[in-house]
Design a protein around this ligand. Structure first.
Ligand code: NDP
Length: 247
């Protein structure tokens, strides 16, 4: 039997990038997956691709900053698959610039999507998971949430905030059989990091002991572990998946 057989997993921002790799991996482990993204066409194409690969997948358009979207997303998931066992808060954006040039709008946008989105999703999912008396919530933070980064005050703050959310939710929900953990990826090759300057990419690589960027699959494997029974006694933890960048 596969490790996540009969489980339902919902991954936000999973039409592409790391979220897509996570959803795919959970699907190959046996989970039914909900592909949720602001990009509905791309989410639908991703879900179709997953169904062709042989597992159940549903695409739902949802903006994680909107509590109504999030409530409907959870409702559609439970209506379609009958449960919600695993939630991965992956949706995230960057709006990088130096602190003195950062607009209030870019601060608010990044904090809203990366941090408030995870709060809304956690709250909505927890209502279902508390009744089930089981659940796994996995937040995708970042190495920069732990060490800061010039030009990313908004992003690093949102990712550090996710660690506070992770630990607080872990403490509140543990007695209901729900674990909450965070993964802190380092420099992962995706469309998000494609935007970085060559100098910034070089600087990251020089500081990564394993001397390569991570791949979305490197993150997906750790998320699949956290979602599995093997991680039953793990909660409130932050797992760095960064090739040794933060050591
Ligand atoms: P991508 O930009 O490739 O994917 C993020 C997805 O989230 C996109 O499809 C995006 O849609 C979606 N999204 C954006 N806003 C919302 C919203 N309001 N509601 C729902 N979905 C939304 O990024 P990555 O795959 O690289 O990153 C995934 C996660 O991993 C992020 O949280 C990121 O911060 C984190 N991370 C990434 C690292 C990296 O090196 N790539 C390193 C550390 C952490 P749209 O295209 O419309 O914006």
């Amino acid at each position: 039997m596969k490790k996540l057989e009969n489980k339902t997993a919902l991954v936000t921002g999973s039409a592409r990038g790391i979220g897509k790799a996570i959803a795919y991996r959970l699907g190959t482990e046996g989970a039914k997956v909900v592909i949720s993204d602001v990009l509905f066409d791309l989410a639908s194409a991703t879900a179709e691709e997953f169904r062709s690969a042989g597992f159940e997948a549903l695409a739902v358009r949802a903006d994680v900053t909107k509590s109504d979207d999030v409530a409907l997303l959870v409702e559609e998931t439970v209506t379609r698959f009958g449960a919600l066992d695993i939630v991965v808060n992956n949706a995230g954006i960057t709006r990088d610039t130096l602190l003195l040039r950062m607009s209030e709008a870019d601060w608010d946008l990044v904090l809203n999507i990366n941090l408030k989105g995870a709060f809304l999703m956690t709250q909505a999912a927890a209502k279902v998971m508390i009744k089930q008396r089981s659940g796994r919530i996995i937040n995708i933070s970042s190495v920069v949430g732990r060490m800061g980064n010039a030009g990313q005050a908004n992003y690093a703050s949102s990712k550090a905030g996710l660690l506070g959310l992770t630990k607080s939710a872990a403490k509140e929900l543990a007695s209901r059989g729900i674990t909450v953990n965070a993964v802190a990826p380092g420099y992962i090759a995706t469309e998000m990091t494609e935007k970085l300057s060559d100098a910034a990419k070089e600087a990251f690589l020089n500081n990564i002991p394993l001397k390569r960027p991570g791949t979305p699959d490197d993150i997906a494997g750790v998320v699949a572990f956290l979602a599995s029974e093997d991680a039953a006694y793990l909660t409130g933890q932050v797992i760095g998946v960064d090739g040794g960048l933060l050591m």
